[in-house]
Design a protein around this ligand. Structure first.
Ligand code: NAD
Length: 529
């Protein structure tokens, strides 16, 4: 996937027609502010590398606080002009559907960019692009269906209604694991509602967000409504959560960052929507379909190398099934093939950065120290693994940031590995004997994003779904989500919801308009001699 001069061959932003303006000058101009591609004011740049092999994907502008302030000013001006906010909702919806069509037509290009930035398998990125187009279509359709409602005030001479209005300028901050998908869950509803926004895409994965800006421009979005900043968290993120001209901050990322954003936003009482981490239980009863539960436990834990907020990183299996279940998942885990985006034999890709791999390694080391047993994996992959059971022979596992899929058995609730999110290809195994114990274990986490239950007993499944304190519960499945269905966390997995009708309402203010058709005096004040 890389050339001898170490340039990525899957995606070259400098020859991409849509990014021509970005790369036309001597320095990249990848900040999209007020309808123009701009360089960072201080000229700083960042080199993006593919974690699968270290190849250079591209060089982009590294925004500073000053750039972010310019983007906020552009968004404010565009919102206050009212041009987009007063565009009929049905027209806003059509524009979103045009963006969906653009992504579908250029799906291979978008997927190449996403895979080059993240190192994820190209086939996965292609699927992501379908989902992203689906999100734009969904909110495009919904745009004209959530304008407000009429309230019955109980008197024919009174009128009462709720108007749904755009909230204003939205600061959108997104992570690197599903770069454009997370962006689409914010940008599509924000635009459907009539807002202007400043998007701060994760600094490691900027290219699909840049392509999206082109798509929005191409679809005819007025200038200043969509603004893109690529740059590091504190420099660019702080202004978005602190500036009084930003009305709302919607953030997806880690718990620690979410807390900083919530504190920052409190100063101006901004609305916050926080989509944070997860430590998601996958509860398997002995009466589950064994083969399907085994297969989905692997899918839950190791899809995208576990870099998924809803990863099934806690297997909680009924005691009587433990040995058989463990034997089956270990046998298959030892054969999981790792490799780069274009390696057709690969089943999972690299971790995003060296720092992320070190975090995963520390987490596993600590589990070992605390008495858990590492059944397989438990170390970084090296070049020697390229021809071993985890290699395909095509991707040099020493050149990329790979970590072997890892199963930790004998885990218990007092261990850090059960509480903390590793965000890597690591799964812990705990056991239970009764249904109520399964509930207690699965709910014993500060997070509450998602969880799954595997059983052939429909009543038990329903009882479990009610008892689990997580935002999404899968029964006999793992990972699917729908644009029509709300997504978000209980407890410290965040507040607010993305997707579904609530995902649009997040970006709206609701104004009560009350009208009296027969006004009359109250005669309460100053009426006495
Ligand atoms: P992160 O918190 O490090 O970064 C997320 C974004 O926040 C990035 O754009 C980053 O630059 C920015 N940021 C960092 N510091 C900031 C600050 N002080 N102010 C404003 N912005 C700041 O998270 P990450 O490592 O990119 O993503 C992984 C995390 O995201 C995991 O915890 C994962 O569970 C979570 N996640 C959650 C969901 C969900 O739907 N709940 C989805 C995807 C990822």
């Amino acid at each position: 996937m890389s050339t001898p001069d170490n340039h990525n061959t899957l995606f070259d932003p400098t020859t991409t027609e849509f990014l021509h303006d970005v790369h036309a000058g001597p320095a990249p101009r990848s900040l999209f502010i007020n309808g123009e591609w701009e360089a960072a004011a201080d000229g700083e740049t960042r080199t993006i590398t593919c974690p699968a092999d270290g190849s250079t994907v591209g060089v982009v502008s590294e925004a500073s606080e000053a750039d972010t302030l310019r983007a906020i000013a552009a968004a404010r001006e565009s919102f206050d002009s009212g041009e987009w906010a007063t565009t009929p909702a049905i027209e806003r919806g059509k524009l979103l559907m045009a963006v969906a069509a653009f992504i579908r037509v250029n799906k291979e290009l978008f997927a190449s960019a996403e895979s080059a930035d993240t190192g994820k398998r190209y086939a996965e990125s292609l699927t992501d692009m379908d989902d992203i187009a689906g999100a734009f279509d969904y909110f495009g359709t919904l745009a004209s269906h959530q304008a407000g409602r009429v309230v019955d005030p109980g008197d024919p001479n009174l009128r009462s209604r709720i108007d749904a209005e755009p909230i204003g300028v939205c600061g959108l901050i997104t992570p690197w694991n599903y770069p454009l998908l997370q962006v689409s869950w914010k940008v599509a509803p924000a635009l459907a509602a009539g807002n202007s926004f400043v998007l701060k895409q994760a600094e490691l994965t900027p290219h699909t967000a840049m392509l999206l800006m082109y798509a929005l421009q191409d679809a005819g979005l007025p200038k200043g409504v969509a603004n893109l900043i690529t740059g590091a968290g504190t420099r660019c993120g702080n202004p978005l959560s602190q500036h009084p001209d930003v009305d709302m901050v919607s953030f997806t990322g880690g718990l620690a960052t979410g807390k900083i954003i919530a504190r920052n936003a409190a100063e101006t009482v901004k609305r916050t929507a926080l989509e944070l981490g997860g430590k998601n239980p996958n509860v398997i009863f002995a009466d589950a379909n064994f083969e399907v539960a085994v297969d989905n436990a692997l899918n839950g834990a190791f899809f995208h190398s576990g870099q998924v907020c809803s990863a099934g990183s806690r297997i909680i299996v009924e005691e009587s099934l433990h040995d058989e279940f463990i034997a089956a998942i270990v046998a298959r885990t030892q054969r999981i093939k790792l490799g780069g985006p274009s390696d057709d034999m690969a089943e999972a890709g690299p971790l995003i950065t060296q720092a992320q791999r070190e975090k995963v390694a520390t987490y596993v080391d600590k589990a070992r120290e605390q008495g858990a047993e590492i059944l397989t994996g438990g170390r970084a992959a090296t070049s020697a693994d390229t021809t071993g059971p985890h290699g395909t022979g095509h991707s040099d596992l020493g050149a990329g940031i790979f970590y072997l899929p890892t199963i930790i058995d004998g885990a218990s609730r007092d261990m850090d590995c059960v509480h903390d999110e590793a965000f890597g290809p690591v799964v812990t195994v705990e056991t239970f004997s009764t249904e109520s114990e399964a509930v207690a274990i699965a709910n014993d986490t500060e997070y509450g994003l998602a969880g799954a239950v595997w059983t052939s007993d429909a009543s038990k499944a329903e009882r479990m779904a009610r008892a689990l304190r997580h935002g999404t519960i899968w029964i006999n499945d793992f990972h699917p989500y729908l644009p029509q269905a709300e997504w978000g966390g209980y407890k410290q997995s965040g507040n607010g919801r993305e997707l579904g009708p609530t995902g649009l309402a997040e970006y709206q203010e609701h104004k009560h308009v009350y009208q009296n058709l027969q006004p009359a005096a109250w005669n309460q004040f100053g009426m006495k001699d």
